[in-house]
Design a protein around this ligand. Structure first.
Ligand SMILES: *[C@@H]1O[C@H](CO)[C@@H](O)[C@H](O)[C@H]1NC(C)=O
Ligand SMILES: *[C@@H]1O[C@H](CO)[C@@H](O)[C@H](O)[C@H]1NC(C)=O
Ligand SMILES: *[C@@H]1O[C@H](CO)[C@@H](O)[C@H](O)[C@H]1NC(C)=O
Length: 336
């Protein structure tokens, strides 16, 4: 949850702009309909939330096909996914999946999952008169970050991809480009801010990124530069937050050991953190919300919310059927 400073959180009410909501976990499996459509399994494991149209291949209007969603916003059948965090045992080299826990202050009953933001301008204002927001279109998809990023210099080109070492579920500490170097009392928090400027034409691109342009310079929740002529269409700033419950591994991480966490694609650092998005809002529901001033976390006048007990009933089939839990000798899809 965005709590930039405790002071701001306490001096209510600040106008806050945009949608923020939770979605429970939908499935954890090796599928990637954006980067590896049709592959069952894909190269590495993903944690996926959102609508039940999720599939190895996804074309056309996902919002029309979805019949349930793990998101609180009941018109949102989009899918959101990231790699999965594993703990690598410091002495015997076995891996254990790190469970996802829900962010603080989400709707009661949110299970695992992520916090999703669609921010029009920045965290405090919407400014939609001066700078209207165009919602994503059916078929739209994008990724941010790359599993092949392996240096700090390259990680710093993606300023919106960061880690925090949680001391409590609401106390995040500083943002870092890499995994924390010491055990975190309440888990590891990851954030993925997507670029907000669209070329206005392509729903996707060969690298799944060049149809978008990133204008974030400091912090993804702070307003960024105007969109350039090459990518003139301003879209919502999409952000994912995930809380990885690393606490049960803290006693296995002895002082002086190297940091033991590894993404499911097995990078040597945290720099390869990345995320994928498949748009799937029903009809014009996202555009309607983005046209609305002064709304935050309330449905923006037109979006309906569902109880998380209902959202949690939404499931998809495990199409890969491999063992991802318990101590495993290799990451799913990787050789030992
Ligand atoms: C997933 O794709 C397969 C093959 O195209 C199709 O048979 C199946 O109905 C799809 N499932 C969903 C939930 O869309
Ligand atoms: C590694 O250690 C864990 C925790 O003690 C244990 O459960 C697991 O079986 C071990 N793996 C191997 C290959 O010995
Ligand atoms: C959103 O606002 C634009 C600009 O005012 C308008 O053209 C469009 O019809 C609105 N869309 C919806 C779904 O309300």
């Amino acid at each position: 949850m965005r709590t930039s400073t405790v002071a701001i959180a306490l001096i209510a009410p600040v106008v806050q702009a945009g949608l923020r909501f939770g979605c429970s976990s939908l499935t954890i499996q090796r599928l990637d309909p954006v980067v590896e459509p049709g592959n069952k399994p894909s190269a590495h494991l993903h944690h996926i939330i959102g609508g039940n149209a999720f599939n190895a291949t996804m074309e056309g209007d996902v919002g029309e096909r979805g019949t349930c969603t793990t998101c609180e916003m009941s018109q949102d059948f989009s899918n959101y996914w990231t790699a999965v965090l594993y703990f690598k045992h410091p002495t015997n080299g076995s891996y254990h999946r790190v469970p996802v826990t829900n962010n603080a202050a989400l709707a009661t009953g949110t299970t695992g999952g992520m916090t999703i933001y669609y921010t029009p301008h920045d965290f405090q204002t919407d400014d939609i008169k001066a700078s209207p927001i165009t919602a994503f279109k059916p078929g739209f998809r994008m990724t941010v970050g790359s599993p092949t990023t392996s240096s700090l210099a390259d990680a710093n080109k993606h300023i919106g991809l960061r880690y925090n070492c949680l001391t409590t579920l609401i106390n995040r500490g500083a943002e870092m480009a890499d995994f924390p170097t010491k055990p975190c009392a309440a888990g590891i928090f990851t954030v993925h801010h997507f670029p907000r400027c669209w070329d206005g034409v392509n729903l996707d691109s060969p690298d799944h990124q060049s149809h978008m342009y990133n204008t974030i310079k400091h912090d993804g929740f702070v307003n960024s530069d105007p969109c350039p002529a090459s990518h003139p269409v301003r879209m919502p700033q999409l952000t994912y937050e995930t809380v990885w419950d690393t606490t049960k591994f803290n006693n296995l991480w002895k002082s002086g050991d190297p940091q033991p966490f590894v993404w499911s694609f097995e990078g040597s650092s945290g720099y390869g953190t990345h995320a994928d998005y498949m748009f799937g809002w029903k009809g014009d529901s996202l555009q309607k919300a983005m046209n609305q001033s002064n709304c935050f976390y309330d449905g923006c006048g037109s979006i309906t919310k569902q109880q998380m007990s209902v959202a949690n009933k939404c499931t998809v089939k495990d199409q890969v059927g491999e063992n991802i839990d318990g101590w495993v000798s290799a990451l799913p899809g990787r050789s030992a």
